[in-house]
Structures are given as C-alpha cells and as structure tokens.
Design a protein around this ligand. Structure first.
Ligand SMILES: C[S@@+](CC[C@H](N)C(=O)[O-])C[C@H]1O[C@@H](n2cnc3c(N)ncnc32)[C@H](O)[C@@H]1O
Length: 276
C-alpha cells in the first residue's frame, strides 16, 4: 500500500514542482506564515537538523545558510523537488546540506545512524503519510536525546473556512476536511491526504509531549482566499493577523486553517508546560 501511495504523492508533487516557487513568491500570506514557522525552529539550538518534505528547499537552504556549523538533512518523496533543492544547494555550495528522495519511513536508510536535535515539517508533508502513528514512531526513533520536533499540519477543524464555504453554498467543500480522505487544496487535481484534529495528532505522537501549539488563519483569511485578500484593505489584514497571533495558542486557536505543534521528549521540567 505505502509504495503505491507514495508513488502517487511523488507524482503529484513532481507535477506541482513546475510552478511551485512562482506561486509561492506571489503569495504574501504563505510568506508571512513561513516566517512564523521558522521563528519557532530558530528558538531551539540544534546541531543536526532534519526536514521532511522540503519542496524546492526554501527552508532547508535557509537553515543551512544561517547555521553553517549545523548539518541539515532532508527527505522528500518527489524527485523533482529533490532536483530543485539540490540545485540550490549546489548553486550556493552549501556543504552542510544533504537531500535524498524518500518518505518518513526511509530516513534511516537514506542517512544511516544520524539522530536529530530538530526535526521540522512545514506545509503539509505529514498530511500525506500512509499511517500517521507509524510515521510518528519513525520520527521519534530518529530524535537525539533532548531533541525537538516542530511539525505543521493542515487542520481538520477550520471553522472560518467551513463558514465561508457554506455562505458560498459549497456544502461538500465546507465539510471535506472531516472526511476520512481529503482530496487536497486543488479543486482540479486530487491528492489523497488526511486532515487531523489536535487531539489525533497528540495521540499519534504519544509519549512525546506537546509543549507548544499555535493556530494560523483563525480569523486572518487563509492563503487561498485570494479574492478576500485582494478586496480587504491592508490595514485590516494586518489587524486580523495580529488578532490571529493573539488567539493562536488559546482554544479558538485550534480552529485555524493550519496548526503548528512542538513536541519533545518528556523531562521533569517540561511536563508542567504540556499543552492539553
Ligand atoms: C506543500 S509542499 C511543501 C514544501 C515545503 N515544505 C515548503 O514549505 O515549501 C509538500 C512537500 O512535501 C513532500 N511530501 C509529501 N508527502 C511526503 C512524505 N510522506 N514524505 C516526504 N515528503 C513528502 C512533497 O513532495 C512536497 O515537496
């Protein structure tokens, strides 16, 4: 099952790779959210870093560049994405960056024996794993003692999105994230993926402790509502972003379009910080 599934995911992203970067540079919302994800990773000192699903390599090369004394590794199921990231690594001669094709289950084969102080996933690769609890086990086994993970997911309970889709009378689209298999963002290209609730994710990563979580696009329009972004004054968008950040860690924060979680092995000092 998983070989066929990862072949499908890899093919999807091989095709997506053609204009992935151009679409990203055209989308200030994604740029803003990525910046916030990066800040969370930078809060933690790490010598050995792993990115799962690096895409064209924006973050992998960023961290390799700003942390020249760290080693940055990455896997991605799409060969085309590996090619894009490798060309950036070569162009900048980043000796501390290594990429390989594969999914979570392949990491130990691609980089044998390496253990990571920081594992991060930005924008969706864990929504397309065959079995999340199994993927979580693989990632846990790859953590060095005291290591941390910063993992981001397309969220199941995107309440504002449900409301907007219902107002547009798109009932199927309003509830599509609640189905056992979600078809991905594109209305024209199907990608079999899964959206998880915060409790499903925490359960999958047990016994690691979730010591921080943050929602994105709770009230700030999601990155794909291009029309709303075009029509809203910039000042109002800035206020909504600030409101979003203000409530990101509260209960309504779990209704974001996107979620970030930090996981770490439990120690006496972080058990009291665990986010329920
Ligand atoms: C939406 S893109 C995000 C790319 C990159 N992280 C970014 O922020 O620009 C998702 C990436 O994850 C990769 N991916 C999806 N599922 C994966 C999996 N199970 N294992 C490894 N990579 C995966 C895809 O090939 C794609 O490059």
């Amino acid at each position: 099952m998983s070989d066929t599934y990862y072949k499908e995911v890899g093919d999807y992203y091989d095709d997506d790779a053609r204009d992935f970067e151009a679409r990203y540079w055209d989308n200030p919302v994604l740029q803003r959210i990525r910046q916030s994800f990066r800040e969370e990773v930078k809060r933690h000192k790490a010598q050995t870093i792993l990115e799962v699903g690096f895409g064209p390599g924006f973050d992998l090369t960023h961290f390799a560049r700003i942390l020249p004394d760290s080693q940055v590794y990455g896997v991605d199921v799409s060969m085309e994405m590996v090619r894009l990231a490798q060309s950036k690594i070569d162009a900048e001669n980043l000796k501390n960056a290594k990429v390989a094709q594969g999914s979570v289950e392949d990491i130990d084969d691609r980089f044998p024996g390496v253990r990571y102080d920081m594992i991060y996933v930005f924008f969706g690769a864990l929504n397309t794993v065959d079995d999340l609890p199994l993927a979580a086990k693989h990632l846990q086994n790859l953590l060095a003692p005291g290591g941390k993970m910063v993992l981001t997911f397309v969220n199941k309970w995107f309440i504002a999105g449900m409301g907007i889709e219902l107002l547009k009378l798109r009932v199927r689209s309003a509830f599509s994230r609640l189905k056992p298999v979600w078809g991905g963002y594109s209305p024209t290209k199907y990608l079999a993926s899964k959206c998880y609730s915060p409790s499903e994710i925490k359960q999958a990563f047990t016994p690691l402790q979730c010591t921080y979580q943050s929602g994105y696009s709770i009230v700030y329009p999601a990155w794909y509502y291009h029309g709303i972004h075009r029509r809203m004054p910039q000042r109002l968008l800035r206020v909504l972003w600030q409101m979003d950040r203000g409530i990101a860690q509260s209960m309504p924060g779990t209704w974001g379009e996107y979620m970030l979680y930090r996981f770490e092995a439990s120690t006496a000092s972080n058990i009291s910080e665990t986010v329920g």
